[in-house]
Design a protein around this ligand. Structure first.
Ligand SMILES: O=C(O)CCC(=O)C(=O)O
Length: 154
């Protein structure tokens, strides 16, 4: 959290949705996603006493998709099986939020070059939060428009 958040979470609207595709069946024992229903409304990070008791492991067939408010407390549960649980996470986020992994900043230049013209879109370069007004910002490049490049940040 940024210091300006003063330890309070944004709960007034949905900042992001998590989408988890169940490549494997999700079971109570194979490490399936665990959620705490209602926790998207918790305004602080303090753990209420009943929290863990109310957490639920999602059971879902192979091919199902879990969609939930990213503010919902969640994570993988314990995998006590001898199987690997496979899942594909494709979160949807408001473009002005900063993701857990800012791929636009960590992708290797040679990978971006190899990806060609679509690389910037694939790796979300245009998804960088604008730090200028919209009319100064070029969403296709994820950078200031030509006349504002002198304001570009690294
Ligand atoms: O492993 C899972 O099922 C959930 C992981 C997750 O949502 C996350 O890492 O943000």
């Amino acid at each position: 959290m940024a210091p300006a958040d003063n330890q309070r979470r944004i709960t007034g609207h949905v900042l992001a949705l998590n989408l988890i595709f169940c490549i494997s069946e999700f079971t109570k024992t194979n490490g399936a996603t665990q959620l705490l229903p209602g926790s998207h409304t918790f305004e602080t990070l303090d753990q209420p006493p009943e929290a863990l008791k109310n957490a639920r492991i999602v059971e879902a067939p192979q091919g199902a998709v879990l969609v939930f408010n990213v503010n919902t407390w969640h994570g993988a549960s314990k995998n006590s099986s001898d199987q690997t649980r496979y899942a594909l996470l494709t979160p949807w986020r408001r473009f002005w939020t900063r993701c857990e992994y800012e791929i636009a900043r960590i992708v290797k230049p040679e990978v971006l070059t190899r990806a060609g013209d679509e690389g910037k879109a694939i790796f979300g370069l245009e998804a960088q939060a604008p730090y200028l007004d919209h009319w100064q910002w070029d969403r296709s490049t994820g950078a200031p428009k030509a006349e504002w490049t002198h304001l570009k940040r690294d």
